[in-house]
Write a protein that binds this ligand. Structure first.
Ligand code: ATR
Length: 266
């Protein structure tokens, strides 16, 4: 049985290492999770060919998440509300394609105990696909306030209108939960999307951007006495939720966590 991750590019993804470690741990011999580098113009026809080629499902990453929802035969309410899918499952008999989005549940699972969104204030940085899943998650978990800041305000206005909640702010505001869903901080460049005075002691800062050795935002958060959660925690949680949908088995999160971290470049 085959699984995989479709993206363009996708060679940097830690998902294959993480999922293959989980499949081995579960004793699912014969299952394999592969890289699927697919350019946008070939995405739909490639995915439509996967069920007959022995695939049970795939993860979908940048830039294909919206196209993945569009091509699916069925979709969960969560995927439709977010407007994007990161998980596709294939019916083995009919080859029908089912779309889901585990990014939202992944974010909620990655939040440490004592920082659940219910009744808490939050700030989301960004207004792309990642931010849409985060805002959906925070709203559905009952956050008291979901402030959305984006470099391009019109995109934030569209996000809030589409998701039917949250409010646009013209500058980052203090909040009990801050989630960076911009690409600022990714890669080798040390940059933060917010300044230190936005981070309150005791708050929780999630950085969806990931950088080996830690991002500048997480360093800043910890120096301010906030709890930091890195992007790999969210990656593991969304991957675990996807794996459970495909295999029907509880995902070994510790094994996945270790495999994802072990593939860090030196
Ligand atoms: P994804 O699907 O991963 O969310 P995306 O749709 O390309 O990716 O969104 C990237 C986000 O990072 C956007 O919110 C983008 O802001 P704009 O909408 O203004 O483009 C944000 N972003 C990227 N580079 C940024 C920068 N240098 N400063 C601030 N925000 C940035």
């Amino acid at each position: 049985m085959l699984l995989g991750v479709a993206g363009w590019p996708v060679g940097h993804s830690r998902s294959p290492a993480m999922h293959n470690a989980a499949l081995a741990h579960l004793g699912l011999a014969g299952w394999r999770y592969v890289f699927l580098p697919v350019p946008p113009e070939l995405f739909t026809e490639t995915v439509r060919a996967l069920p007959a080629a022995g695939f049970q499902g795939i993860n979908v990453t940048v830039p294909h998440k919206e196209a993945a929802l569009a091509l699916a035969d069925h979709a969960t309410d969560t995927a439709r509300a977010i407007g994007a899918a990161n998980t596709l499952s294939f019916d083995r008999v009919t080859h029908a394609i089912h779309a889901d989005n585990t990014d939202a549940i992944g974010l909620l699972e990655a939040l440490p105990p004592g920082h659940e969104p219910g009744g808490r204030t939050s700030l989301v940085l960004g207004a792309g696909g990642a931010a849409r899943a985060v805002v959906h998650a925070l709203l559905s978990a009952g956050a008291a306030d979901v402030a959305v800041w984006n470099r391009t305000p019109a995109r934030a206005e569209r996000l809030v209108a589409d998701l039917g909640g949250g409010r646009v702010v013209d500058a980052p505001v203090r909040a009990e939960i801050i989630v960076n869903a911009t690409s600022v901080g990714m890669g080798p460049f040390k940059a933060t999307p917010i300044t230190a005075d936005t981070v309150a002691t005791g708050s929780c800062v999630v950085d969806m951007a990931y950088s080996a050795g830690g991002t500048a935002l997480l360093e800043l958060a910890r120096s301010r006495g906030a709890v930091g959660v890195d992007g790999l925690e969210v990656l593991v949680a969304q991957g675990a939720a996807s794996l459970e949908r495909w295999t029907g088995r509880p995902a070994p999160r510790d094994v996945m966590q270790m495999a994802a971290r072990a593939t860090e470049p030196p």
